[in-house]
Design a protein around this ligand. Structure first.
Ligand SMILES: [Mn+2]
Length: 423
C-alpha cells in the first residue's frame, strides 16, 4: 500500500462511461443537470471537509463545492460541461487551491469547463429549449439543486422532469473492477488501523487511545476523513450503536470492545466491525456470544449469491440468531423476551461511495455488488453486545469475503493479544 493513498484515483474512463451508460437510459434528446452540493459551515471562517454528492461524483469525477455538471445529448452528439468556481487567488489564499480548468477537464473527461458566473444563463437557456427533455437528481432539499428542480417543474410540468436517482442507484449497485480495487485498498487500510489498535490492546488502554490510533493510521496514509466516524465502544457503551464520543478512562478488564471503522480510498468506503476482549482472553460467556454472532455471519455469507435480496439476508440472520439465543438460554425464563429484543439492527447494506450505498430496496443482488454484512446480538442482561462485520463481493457462484483477513478468529485473537512486543 502506498504511503499516500490519495494517489489512488478512479480513472477518467470510469466517469465518462458512467455518463454514457446513464444517457442510454434517457430520451435521445435530453439535458442532464447534476449538482455537487455546497460546503457546510463549521464555524466562522471554517467549513467542514467537503464531500460531493455521490451521484454527482459518480458522473463528474471532481470534488469541488458548488460545481454543476451539464450533459446535453441528442441524436448526433453529446456535450458535457462542468461549471466550477473560477480561480480566485484571494479566496484560494484562505480556503485552499482550486482545480484549474485544465485539471477539471483531465479528471472529468468533460468537453468544456465554464465558470459558475455563467451558470444562471446556461440553465435558463436549457429550460427555454423545449426540444430537449430535462433530467436531474433529487438529492437536496435546499440550495441551487432544489431551486433548479423547482424551476424545471414549473416550466415543464411535474411529470416531464426525469429524476435520475433510481437509474444511478441501479448502476451503483453493481461495482466496476476499478471500484472493487479501491474498496479492497480501503479494507487494507482499515486492517492497518485495526492492527494499531490491537497493539494498544495488549496493555491497559482507553476508548480514546484506540480511537486516535485508528484515525491516526488512516490519516497518515492520506485518508484524512474515514467513511464514517470511528466507533470504539467498551462494555455497555456498545449499547449505543454509533458511540463516537470515546471515553478517556482506562477500559476495565473483562469487557468486550466494539470497533467499527472504515477507511476510504479513491472515494470508495470500507466498513468493518470487530469485537475484542479487554482481558486478552474471552470469558465463557463472551466466547459463547462471539461464536453465535460469528456463526450468523458465516451462515449469511454462505447463502449470498446473485438473486438473493437484503430481505432474504435479514431473514436468515433473524432465524440463525434466534436459534442461538434459545441455545444460549437467553430467552428461557423471560416471559416477554423475544429474539427482536436482542437484534437491534439489520445485517446487511450495500457498500460503495457511500458507506450505506445507493440501492433499490428489494431488487435482487447481482454479481459485483459489494455488501457489508454485520450481524449483531445485544444482551443487556449479560452487560454485553456486539456485531462482527465483513465486506463481501458478490460473485457468479456466491461471494468472496474481502475482509476475512482482519483478525477475527477467536483463538488467533487470543494468541495475538497475549503476545508481547511488535507484530
Ligand atoms: Mn455497516
Amino acid at each position: 500500500m502506498n504511503a499516500d493513498i490519495r494517489e489512488y484515483r478512479l480513472p477518467v474512463s470510469f466517469f465518462s462511461n458512467n455518463r454514457k451508460r446513464l444517457l442510454e437510459k434517457l430520451p435521445k434528446r435530453c439535458c442532464v443537470v447534476v449538482f455537487a452540493g455546497e460546503t457546510v459551515s463549521m464555524s466562522d471562517g471554517a467549513e467542514y471537509h467537503f464531500r460531493p454528492d455521490r451521484n454527482f461524483y459518480y458522473l463528474a469525477g471532481v470534488e469541488q463545492p458548488d460545481s454543476v455538471l451539464v450533459i446535453r445529448s441528442d441524436e448526433s452528439r453529446t456535450d458535457t460541461s462542468l461549471f466550477v468556481h473560477s480561480n480566485d487567488p484571494l479566496r484560494e489564499r484562505w480556503s485552499g487551491k482550486r482545480l484549474t480548468p485544465a485539471e477539471v477537464l483531465e479528471r472529468s473527461g468533460a468537453d468544456e469547463v465554464f465558470y459558475l458566473e455563467n451558470l444562471d444563463d446556461a440553465l435558463t437557456a436549457i429550460l427555454d429549449d423545449r426540444t430537449y427533455d430535462i433530467a436531474t437528481d433529487k438529492g437536496f432539499r435546499t440550495g441551487p439543486a432544489s431551486r433548479f428542480l423547482e424551476r424545471a417543474r414549473q416550466s415543464r410540468g411535474e411529470e416531464s422532469v426525469r429524476l435520475i436517482a433510481p437509474i444511478l442507484a441501479r448502476m451503483r449497485m453493481k461495482k466496476q473492477p476499478c471500484e472493487i480495487d479501491m474498496i479492497k485498498k480501503a479494507i487494507e487500510l482499515t486492517d492497518l488501523s485495526i492492527r494499531d489498535a490491537l497493539v494498544l490492546l495488549r496493555s491497559e488502554t482507553s476508548e480514546l487511545r484506540l480511537f486516535s490510533a485508528m484515525n491516526s493510521a488512516m490519516s497518515r496514509s492520506g485518508c484524512l476523513e474515514p467513511a464514517f466516524p470511528t466507533i470504539v465502544a467498551a462494555g455497555e457503551n456498545a449499547f449505543y450503536l454509533h458511540h463516537s464520543e470515546p471515553d478517556g478512562a482506562a477500559i476495565p478488564k473483562g469487557v468486550m470492545i466494539q470497533i467499527d471503522v472504515g477507511a476510504t480510498v479513491g472515494g470508495l468506503c470500507a466498513d468493518v466491525s470487530r469485537a475484542y476482549p479487554s482481558s486478552g482472553v474471552f470469558s465463557a460467556r463472551q466466547a459463547a456470544l462471539y461464536d453465535a454472532v460469528l456463526n450468523c455471519l458465516d451462515h449469511i455469507t454462505r447463502m449470498i449469491r446473485p438473486g438473493v435480496t437484503i430481505a432474504d439476508i435479514n431473514k436468515i440472520f433473524r432465524e440463525t440468531a434466534s436459534k442461538a439465543l434459545g441455545e444460549l438460554g437467553i430467552l428461557s425464563g423471560r416471559e416477554y423476551a423475544e429474539p427482536g429484543d436482542y437484534l437491534w439492527h439489520n445485517a446487511a447494506h450495500h457498500l460503495g461511495m457511500d458507506v450505506h450505498d445507493a440501492c433499490i430496496k428489494d431488487l435482487p443482488i447481482e454479481a459485483n455488488a459489494v455488501l457489508a454484512i454485520e450481524p449483531g446480538i445485544y444482551v443487556r442482561e449479560w452487560g454485553m453486545g456486539f456485531r462482527i462485520e465483513d465486506d463481501v463481493l458478490v460473485t457468479e457462484e456466491g461471494c468472496e469475503v474481502l475482509s476475512s483477513f482482519i483478525f477475527r478468529d477467536r483463538l488467533e485473537v487470543e494468541e495475538l493479544l497475549g503476545m508481547s512486543g511488535g507484530m
